[in-house]
Ligand binder design. Structure first.
Ligand code: GAP
Length: 606
């Protein structure tokens, strides 16, 4: 829950994002559309940097991860296999008067006086009266026996509750004039049963599927239904075999993807934090099942401490791989300016785990509106590939030469033990997904026999991050208000975005001291052109130099370069071809040779 004093901070951040062109409300000129956001010029640069840094760290800097870029709309069978068609839903309640929907777990608790009714009955007298217009008389008196209740604030008259209740019953089968039945009232505290807007009793919680539906082709029929993907992960599973066969990778290896995902969130909120269209950066890292690791390496290494376990080893089981990716991801955040102190690790409890997950760690960030999920790192077992194998009928397993060779060297008891463990694991999965016991036993036996021949379905560790959430975290963490001297040395308030130089949308701003001195302007433009092929630079000659600094501070530019008369050599040869380099955070200025600028800036920003 947000603390009151923190709300203005979020307002300042939202306002800065709009004012300086980071983030705009989508379709703003038409009143906006809830849950959709556009990135302005600086936001677009920031987002590119974030995605590029993720992509570099996760794919280009590693030998064991390759990339994928799949379509947003895929066969709807993918979403059947993944479980999204049947289970990707939030529980929702609805106000019966306004039809406004709320996520059941997000209704704010309220207190007041609850008025209960056992139903309503037609007011015959009034009805007969109304018949004077010539309508036929009722054969019997209509009655609605649905119980209903209304919450009103303490001190409010019962009429306000009655008005709401009458409105509710009038929406039923009455042709006119219901009379409320069996009113009673009592004080209640901390209840989430009532609409925060009208006080009417909310409907029972019902699942609401979060996938956006569309139709492929000209016919809007059931067989043409398709979905906008709610996660990028499933395309990776569906293309696993193609990637494996074309990339010359061997398990353990990963497939990474960055792309749009869509969820019809019931209550989008907290700026871009929960949006309906957003971008994910996901890695599916495929590993051998523990039984295969044990057969090959003799034993399975498990975590010995909570620290980064170091370079991957052949004997790692899923737990060590999971820990490795948690630590790698936290390191990544540190490298782009989100220190560990701003993050928390949350290990999901068994009852919170998704049906496919063996363990999930959420990396939380301390947002101004509360500590919330930035990324989830799940150990998904072999669930996804197994599901796609079952639903598509195409084999998703792999052949592992090393395992086949190692298996033949194992003593019989070890073979039996590993065979049994793998059999039990496969059977459990099959039964859980609805396969009949006998059939599950048969299939699990085939799978365990396959293991003995070097075949298995890889398991998966999935670090799944949201690009937009990360950008919001970076902006919130960078936002800072301090003081800086103005032109006359008087201290004034300044707003700064203290982005790490790696993520900053603009790396360096270049200023000629005066815009009406052609030599200064020409030199400044030469410096800009020198840097531009390598970095995002911004040239600015308008206004006093202090104001130009302030403008760059507010958008997070880490370095400002000023070209002055010293640069031209007017005060002697030794300062010729040097510029003033000003650091955004310390506001310190130093002279740097133009020839040294590029290596200096590259070392700070790459
Ligand atoms: N493939 C696993 C998966 O999608 P998730 O926890 O539902 O897991 C992963 O989503 C990440 O995607 C989240 O940690 C978050 O950063 C981001 N994300 C999820 N829903 C989002 C939303 N409505 N708006 C913005 N980002 C979202």
């Amino acid at each position: 829950m947000a603390e009151p004093k923190e709300i203005p901070l979020m307002e300042k951040i939202v306002s800065l994002c709009k004012r300086r062109g980071f983030i705009f409300q989508s379709s703003e000129i038409y009143g906006g559309i809830n849950g959709f956001w556009d990135y302005g010029p600086l936001g677009a640069e920031l987002k590119r940097n974030v995605k590029e840094l993720w992509w570099n760290a996760m794919t280009r800097q590693r030998d064991d991860v390759v990339g994928l870029e799949a379509t947003i709309i895929m066969s709807p069978l993918i979403w059947k296999a993944s479980g999204h068609v049947d289970t990707f839903a939030d529980l929702m309640v609805e106000c019966p008067l306004t039809n406004k929907r709320y996520r059941a777990d997000q209704v704010e608790p309220q207190g007041g006086i609850a008025y209960y009714y056992i139903g309503a009955i037609e007011d015959r007298a009034k009805f007969e009266e109304s018949l004077k217009g010539g309508r036929p008389a009722l054969a019997h008196t209509y009655e609605d026996t649905r119980p209903f209740s209304v919450l009103v604030q303490k001190g409010k008259p019962p009429e306000s509750a009655r008005k709401i209740a009458l409105e509710f019953y009038s929406k039923g089968g009455f042709t006119s004039f219901p009379i409320l039945q069996g009113e009673r009232s009592e004080p209640v505290e901390n209840t989430t049963k009532y609409s925060p807007d009208s006080g009417a009793q909310l409907t029972e919680a019902r699942p609401f599927n979060l996938m956006f539906k569309t139709y492929v082709g000209p016919l809007e029929s059931e067989e043409n239904v398709a979905y906008l993907r709610p996660e990028t992960a499933q395309a990776i599973f569906a293309q696993f075999k193609n990637v494996l066969e074309t990339s010359r990778q061997k398990v353990p290896f990963g497939i990474a993807q960055i792309g749009k995902a869509f969820r019809n969130e019931v209550t989008p909120r907290n700026f871009t934090f929960r949006s309906r269209e957003f971008e994910q950066m996901e890695l599916e890292f495929f590993i051998k099942p523990d039984e295969a690791v044990e057969a090959i390496s003799g034993s399975v290494a498990t975590p010995a401490s909570k620290n980064h376990p170091g370079e991957p080893q052949a004997n790692w089981g899923w737990q060590l791989w999971h820990q490795y990716w948690v630590e790698e991801r936290i390191k990544f955040y540190g490298d782009i300016g989100l220190p560990r102190t701003m993050l928390e690790e949350y290990w999901q409890k068994t009852e919170e785990l998704a049906h496919y997950a063996r363990a999930t760690v959420d990396i939380l960030f301390k947002f101004p509106f509360g500590t919330q999920e930035l990324e989830g790192i799940a150990a998904r077992s072999d669930f996804d590939l197994s599901q796609h194998e079952r639903f598509s009928g195409k084999p998703m397993g792999i052949f592992d030469e090393e395992l086949k060779a190692a298996w033949t060297q194992l003593p019989k008891e070890k073979q039996d033990e590993l065979w049994r463990r793998y059999y039990e694991h496969r059977k459990k999965y099959l039964v859980k997904t609805g396969v009949a016991e006998e059939q599950a036993q048969k299939k699990a036996t085939e799978d365990a026999n396959g293991l003995a021949k070097g075949q298995y379905i890889p398991h998966v560790i999935e670090p799944s991050a949201g690009a937009d959430r990360l950008i919001l975290a970076l902006i919130c963490h960078a936002f800072c208000e301090d003081e800086a001297p103005d032109e006359k040395g008087k201290m004034e308030a300044r707003t700064v975005l203290k982005f790490h130089p790696r993520v900053a949308p603009i790396k360096a701003a270049v200023f000629p001291l005066l815009k009406n001195k052609p030599e200064l302007v020409a030199k400044a433009k030469a410096v800009r052109d020198l840097l531009r092929p390598h970095l995002t630079v911004f040239y600015d000659e308008a206004g006093a130099i202090g104001r130009r600094y302030r403008r760059q501070d507010e958008i997070g530019t880490p370095f400002c370069l000023t070209i002055d008369f010293d640069t031209l050599g007017e005060k002697g040869e030794e300062l010729k071809d040097t510029v003033t380099l000003r650091d955004r955070d310390t506001m310190k200025q130093e002279r740097v040779k133009i020839s040294e600028l590029l290596p200096f800036l590259l070392s700070k920003t790459r």
